[in-house]
Ligand binder design. Structure first.
Ligand SMILES: [Zn+2]
Length: 360
């Protein structure tokens, strides 16, 4: 009964939103405008561009996990959250942790799993990464129910052996997702009303190594069942193909065919619990005149590919905004100039609306 009641309230509030927004846009005085409209209006093209240009700039040297460029990115994210009035989660913006590998060679898998770490540390030599997630917090009316929105800020660094451009800027992967998450944080902070559930803004380190930051966060979380949904942002500013995400992450045939066409498509991957939510969000984006087309697609709980995995493996519902794999994926050509800023701005607006709905 309680479940039915809360569902009704959420749907009713959601259906009202486009009407209020249209009234506002047309200059009519909106009747009791939902607080969500105020949030959407906080999101700007200039805002997403500013974050993207800084994070994907050459000065950050590809934001490699454990390297100075990655740490500068973390400091930047912390400063932005602080400026927005977003609180640190758990007393500090930085969630520091270590990851270990039993091997001495480079480019080997690291782990944060306590059993693996204990085993690796018995070796005569092992590798260690010092990493940090950045965590912001906006308290809701309920302090024991959370919605987490996350984007990884690390990328793959620099390759000195490359002739030509050696810096992997990671503009789409994943400065784009961080830029969106920071604008969404601004929108929630400015919405002027406490959401029902508390919201954690998470910026993951070590995703490119082995989804380390998100795995550490969920494994360390006191009560993972209190996380009611996870919204993932990873590669949201281009146009590409949907890779194979299950049973193993893989690129589909023909994925590297250059696709320069500007497309409105955004894959909206979601686990089965949020199936109807995905269809609804797609319709609402159209009603709000956002120039994107959300394409709902099913994400199974074992799907790999991004920080979705740590959450969905623990049966937490996941929603993942994603614009697909393109030929510049994991190359030094993934530069800010190739990101579609208008699309990125509208993805931020759609993400805010989905997050607000999940939090209420
Ligand atoms: Zn990524």
């Amino acid at each position: 009964m309680l479940r039915f009641y809360s569902f009704t309230v959420v749907v009713a509030a959601w259906l009202f939103l486009p009407v209020a927004y249209a009234q506002k846009a047309s200059g009519k005085k909106p009747v009791n405008p939902p607080v969500a409209v105020a949030g959407v209006e906080q999101i700007s093209r200039r805002g997403v561009e500013a974050h993207l240009l800084f994070l994907a700039g050459d000065a950050l040297a590809g934001r490699e996990a454990g390297k100075p460029g990655g740490r500068v990115a973390a400091e930047y994210i912390k400063s932005v959250l602080w400026g927005l009035g977003v609180a640190p989660f758990g007393g500090s913006f930085f969630q520091r942790f270590e990851a270990y590998s039993p091997r001495r060679e480079r480019h080997v898998e690291f782990s944060v799993h306590p059993d693996s770490v204990a085993l690796y540390r018995q070796e005569s030599a092992y590798r260690r990464l010092n990493l940090q997630n950045v965590l912001g917090y906006i308290e809701g009316q309920r302090k024991d129910e959370y919605v987490v929105i996350g984007a990884h800020y690390d990328h793959v660094g620099v390759d000195e052996l490359l002739v030509g451009d050696q810096i992997y800027n990671g503009a789409d992967d994943n400065a784009s997702g961080v830029a969106v998450a920071l604008q969404v944080a601004k929108a929630v902070a400015a919405a002027g009303e406490k959401p029902l559930r508390s919201i954690i803004f998470a910026f993951w380190d070590g995703e490119e190594v082995n989804y380390l930051g998100s795995e550490y966060f969920v494994a360390d979380f006191a009560q993972p069942s209190s996380i009611k949904a996870y919204v993932n942002l990873d590669m949201v500013g281009r146009q590409g193909v949907l890779p194979v995400l299950h049973p193993r992450f893989g690129l589909p045939q023909g994925w590297d065919k250059p696709d320069t066409a500007v497309s409105r498509d955004v894959y909206l991957l979601r686990t089965e619990e949020l199936a109807s939510f995905g269809e609804q969000a797609a319709g609402e984006a159209a009603l709000l005149n956002l120039n994107i087309a959300l394409k709902p697609s099913l994400l199974v709980h074992k799907s790999e590919g991004s920080d979705n995995l740590a959450f969905s493996l623990r049966a937490i519902p996941v929603l993942w905004f994603f614009t697909g794999i393109h030929p510049e994926y994991h190359t030094p050509a993934d530069e800010a100039a190739k990101v579609n800023l208008d699309k990125l701005t509208d993805v931020a607006k759609a993400t805010f609306l989905s997050l607000w709905k999940l939090a209420n």
